[in-house]
Write a protein that binds this ligand. Structure first.
Ligand code: TYM
Length: 392
């Protein structure tokens, strides 16, 4: 059963906290929809997806992406011939773990199906500002390291534009200025919980995270709808961006929100701050296997009990990994679930099955990452060209 049961009890008493900088406690996604004022992803919207893509991606079927803002509007415009761009991002504060990859895999899928441009922001500035032990040099190194993982995810080179806030400061700052002019200190405080001791850089930063949502409109010289796929922790940023957009004459950016891939311990999202419960893309195969074999599961105290009573996949991190990433086939997933509940699939065996899938994923990713080194520079936004458009 892994060594996390005490932790389980602690977590279950924890209050839910979901902000861009902290996700903890037991997460109630229905409550988040209510609290953030977003909309659940309805079956009708899933059917609209099927209309465009001929299928419903497993992240949608399983409601891993579960909530949205204005996705119906994005589709209405699309039906009238207005293509949307995509925008997502990463704050390079450390190594990439497989939780980060959940929204990226779905974004790549959307890019392929809708032939959409993708702006991918690397918020090296944000991480420099909030992390007292990150120097500019270190954060830029992490930015390039993370960018390799992003490229290795397989985005379309012709249609993908990486933005480093520090390297592309001219473009980001100039758009950010427009945004910042319309955001009062009290709004920023209310949305992000800034206090008088928050540095003024981080209080300005939400304007920079809003900027890429408007970049394609500026580059194209007309309003381009923008869809942002990300886990729901990023939502506060979009409240600011959506509030300001009409004041600047832009469309409000739309969002599609994912759940969090949990850690291999109990509850909470996969988080770099608990590295033993977190699989990093640069973990060796051996380390990743060890982490999977130590994972918390929904198993019983003894094999005999488990055979008699069955396991509980709903609380099992190994099962969550299958459903979020490693078993896209619904029939196979249903089989795993049924065998677990019937006491026919033991946790040790299931962990070994998952470890093999994780190992394959890591080995393939590492190969693509090596190749990405040759082409990385070609993925970055050409800022001179973008500046010409923006400063016109
Ligand atoms: P960051 O680096 O914290 O996270 C990068 C992306 O991964 C998502 N995420 C997860 N998704 C599933 N399971 C998890 N356990 C998990 N942990 C993190 C995040 O929601 C995010 O989509 N400020 C941002 C960078 C950013 C950005 C954006 C993100 C700039 N522009 C636009 C999304 C969209 C950040 O620090 O992300």
């Amino acid at each position: 059963m892994g060594g996390f049961s005490q932790e389980a009890q602690l977590m279950s008493n924890n209050e839910m906290v979901v902000t861009p900088w902290e996700v903890s406690g037991v997460i109630d996604y229905n409550k988040l929809i209510e609290k953030f004022g977003t909309s659940p992803l309805s079956d009708e919207l899933l059917e609209r997806f099927r209309g465009y893509t001929g299928e419903i991606h497993f992240h949608l079927r399983r409601k891993i992406f579960f909530s949205h803002r204005d996705l119906d509007w994005i589709f209405d415009l699309y039906d009238r011939g207005e293509k949307f761009c995509l925008y997502t991002g990463r704050g390079p504060s450390g190594d990439i773990h497989i939780g980060h990859v959940v929204p990226w895999i779905f974004t790549k899928y959307l890019q392929g199906k809708f032939r959409a441009k993708l702006y991918f922001q690397l918020t090296d500035d944000e991480k420099f500002l909030i992390n007292s032990n990150l120097s500019k040099k270190k954060v830029l190194k992490l930015m390039y390291d993370n960018a390799l993982d992003i490229v290795a995810t397989g985005f379309d080179k012709k249609n993908t534009f990486l933005i480093s806030d520090m390297k592309h400061a001219g473009v980001m700052y100039n758009i950010g200025l427009w945004v910042a002019k319309h955001v009062t200190g009290s709004t920023a405080k209310a949305v992000f919980g800034f206090t008088d001791s928050s540095n003024i850089g981080i209080q300005f930063f939400p304007a920079i995270q809003a900027a890429p949502a408007f970049l394609d409109s500026l580059i194209e010289g007309r309003n381009v709808p923008c869809l942002i796929p990300a886990a729901i922790d990023q939502d506060p940023y979009w409240r600011i961006a959506r509030d300001v957009a009409p004041k600047l004459g832009f469309y409000k950016p739309a969002q599609i929100h994912s759940r969090f891939l949990p850690g291999l311990g109990v509850g909470g999202k996969m988080s770099s701050s608990l590295p033993e419960t977190c699989i990093f893309l640069n973990d060796s195969v051996k380390t990743a296997r060890k982490k999977v074999m130590n994972a918390f599961t929904g198993g019983r105290a003894t094999v005999e009990e488990q055979k008699r009573l069955g396991g509980d996949p709903s609380i099992c991190s190994v099962f969550h990994y299958e459903s979020h990433l490693f078993e896209p086939d619904d029939q196979k997933l249903a089989r795993i679930e049924a065998d677990c509940k019937a006491g026919e699939l033991m946790c040790g065996e299931h962990k070994r099955m998952l470890a093999e899938k994780v190992e394959k994923f890591l080995v393939e990713h590492k190969l693509r990452r090596e190749k990405a080194k040759d082409t990385l520079q070609e993925y970055f936004l050409n800022s001179d060209k973008a500046m010409e458009e923006i400063l016109q």
